[in-house]
Design a binder for this molecule. Structure first.
Ligand code: GLC
Ligand code: CA
Length: 545
């Protein structure tokens, strides 16, 4: 099994990374052109969001052909070049496998629609209720019902996401074999990692009305997910020593994630879970405006850290991805304490037990976009919810505020390379954040105190100190109102990680602090005395041997 504890993964949203052929869309050659930068940052794997043939209804998570590269991104030769060039720099690629659903433009679905029974069994075509209404009352993740009626077949097909994303029927062994074959196809091309999209939704337990919720309990973490993953592991990536896998788990539990990642189960190596990114949801509803609940955040981080360790599971650590608003705007302060708070948040993730993921632009402190007009948005979910919220009676101002907080497009605007932008020399597919004038890679490289240099240092420390990758985790100061702190231990080493989440100074007392040295901090100088003062958004990592 690949050793992934001391590795760092960098996520690339190809469409917004770098455009080399002047069409305003990022491309594969653009990724290749930035490999020296990624090696300089020090990352080991690049997770690329899907760039396969797709009508792009959901940013490429709606796939027409899993083995073909969308010409908008380049060619198979471009990809082979990227794999080879990355390898020269000891960087490996992680592909995104969207196996819960295909696009309705996929050949399997098209065959199904023409009446081909074999391919109808690849999806869930279900008859309506006696009165012809939908089979269940479940709601789609993107708003609206999960069922779409097909007149010719007098049946509904299931789509947990957009109507153009039809759910695959994993109960069908042929489907499972097809998907394993796709993984093997990419392994043969030299791909060394896989991220499995919403993979805990593949077992639909029963098609019944949900009178308590929107249907999730009938399709989330179903018992067969474990057997399906084990089978996929045995048929594909599990046959190789050096492949890293991560599953994206929607609304999951610690028990299940332990099960998915415990080595002896032979399923996956680590999981993404999202509970800590729901602490700014009012009444569990994403499309609301609310400051984050710090105590809940701490509790969740502590529970997942200790629970996964106890069960011998492994966490993927992250604040950001293409589906989340920018962490510095969400949990930090992207104005007065931009640098301090971005570095503090980085310290939190990189010092926990698990494998850290950096989302493009996070390493320079990219912020939310603060768009003010719906026409600036591109994301299907954001646009749907704009209309849903308006229909619910919210004012334009309220809706814009919620989109500014929660839209996935906050993460998807083009990467800020230079003071002039540097993403493309034509108008990009989505507006670039105007703050690229001050927040960009060019300036970050020059500035010795930049967020970028801090990330480089965090990555180096992980390679140098096994306590970071292997140490045990223990919460400290659990009830402190503004500090999130924990202790790591490994053999005869101890590390204390203090993170201050607010902008007032705070005093605390730590016995025995004189025995420690500072491993890293986002402030330049410290006096380590039992009465310690933490400055706004200060992180302090103490180490002793
Ligand atoms: C995952 C992806 C997200 C996509 C959804 C449906 O959550 O990260 O971008 O919309 O799955 O494929
Ligand atoms: Ca391009």
């Amino acid at each position: 099994m690949a050793n992934f504890h001391d590795k760092v993964v960098y996520q690339i949203y190809p469409k917004s990374f770098c455009d080399t052929n002047h069409d305003g869309l990022g491309d594969i050659k653009g990724v290749t052109s930035k490999l020296d930068y990624l090696a300089y940052l020090g990352v080991d794997y690049l997770w690329l969001n899907p760039f396969f043939v797709s009508p792009q209804k959901d940013g490429g998570y709606d796939i027409t052909d899993y083995r073909k590269i969308d010409p908008a991104y380049g060619t198979m030769e471009d990809l082979e070049e990227l794999i080879a060039e990355a390898k020269k720099r000891h960087i490996y690629l992680m592909f995104d496998m969207v196996f819960n659903h295909t696009s309705t433009t996929h050949d399997w679905f098209k065959q199904a629609l023409t009446g081909n029974e074999k391919y109808q069994q690849y999806y869930y075509f279900v008859k309506g209720k006696e009165d012809g209404s939908m089979p269940t009352n479940w709601e789609s993740k993107f708003g609206g019902p999960v069922w779409q009626y097909v007149e010719d077949l007098d049946a509904y097909y299931l789509h947990l996401f957009d109507p153009t994303q039809a759910d695959l029927n994993w109960k069908n062994p042929e489907v499972r074999q097809e998907l394993a074959d796709i993984v093997n196809f990419w392994i043969d091309k030299g791909v060394k990692g896989f991220r499995f999209d919403v993979i805990n939704l593949i077992d639909k337990v029963a098609f019944e009305d949900d009178f308590e919720g929107v249907g999730k309990r009938f399709y989330t973490d179903g018992p067969l997910v474990h057997s399906y993953l084990h089978e996929l592991n045995r048929r594909s990536f599990g046959q190789h020593e050096d492949i890293v896998t991560v599953g994206e788990m929607s609304a999951t539990s610690i028990t299940n994630c332990v099960g998915y990642t415990k080595p002896e189960n032979q399923e996956l190596q680590m999981t993404f879970q999202f509970h800590h990114l729901k602490v700014d949801y009012q009444n569990k509803e994403k499309w609301t405006h609310m400051p984050f609940d710090f105590q809940e955040l701490k509790q969740l981080l502590n529970d997942w850290q200790t629970g996964m360790e106890k069960g011998q599971g492994w966490n993927a650590l992250f604040w950001n991805c293409h589906d989340q608003p920018r962490s510095v705007s969400r949990f930090g302060n992207d104005k007065e304490y931009h640098k301090e708070s971005a570095k503090m948040l980085a310290t939190v993730m990189h010092m926990q037990r698990g494998t850290p993921y950096i989302y493009q632009g996070e390493e320079i402190g990219m912020t939310n976009n603060y768009f003010t007009d719906i026409h600036q948005y591109r994301d299907v979910e954001s646009i749907n919810y704009y209309h849903i919220l308006k229909e619910r009676g919210l004012s334009e101002e309220e809706v814009q505020q919620i989109l500014q907080d929660k839209s996935r497009d906050n993460a998807r605007s083009p990467m800020q390379w230079t003071r002039d932008g540097g993403f493309s020399d034509v108008e990009p597919w989505m507006e670039m954040n105007p703050n690229h004038v001050t927040i960009n890679v060019e300036d970050s490289i020059q500035d010795a105190d930049s967020i970028l240099h801090y990330y480089r240092r965090l990555i180096q420390l992980r390679k140098q100190y096994p306590i970071i990758s292997e140490g045990s985790y223990e919460p400290i100061l659990p009830d402190h109102p503004s500090i999130y702190a924990f202790k790591r231990t490994y053999q005869n080493e101890v590390m204390i990680v203090l993170n201050h989440f607010y902008d007032k100074e705070v005093q605390l007392s730590l016995d025995g602090i004189e025995d420690y040295e500072v491993l890293i901090s986002n402030y330049p100088s410290h006096t380590l005395t039992p009465k310690l003062v933490l400055r706004p958004y200060e992180s302090l990592v103490l180490y002793k041997k």
